[in-house]
Design a binder for this molecule. Sequence first.
Ligand SMILES: [Zn+2]
Length: 136
Amino acid sequence: MLSLDGLPYRIRSKIVVSQETGCWLWQAWVSEKGYGYVYFCGRNLPAHRVVYELLIGTIPPGLTIDHQCDSKHCVNPENVQLCTASQNRKRAASVPFVEKLVAAQHLYDMGHTKTDITYELGISGRFLKSLTKKEI
Ligand SMILES: [Zn+2]
């Protein structure tokens, strides 16, 4: 079972674990659609994605994660599943550019080199010039 211990305090402190369901309920800002959000890497990002990436690993660009439990503001990585449809490749190619930049900044913050990021995301190196080191 995963533990909250791997999360930065800033994030961990916003989660309450439901003893009943095992859900990790997000206590900070929740969007109109019901998803938790956290200010991370200079942006507001869906909290369940951030927690997933911190504890499990990078979500490949273009993939979504779907909740398997009933709480959209649940951020337990064990309660979500990567959406791995057969159209992954097609979807990855159609990822909005801005989303790739978000992913690029995230990878950069996690310590990946710009060369790695260019390769992983398939975006031109000249766009990576805009990446900056930010405190996580
Ligand atoms: Zn849950």
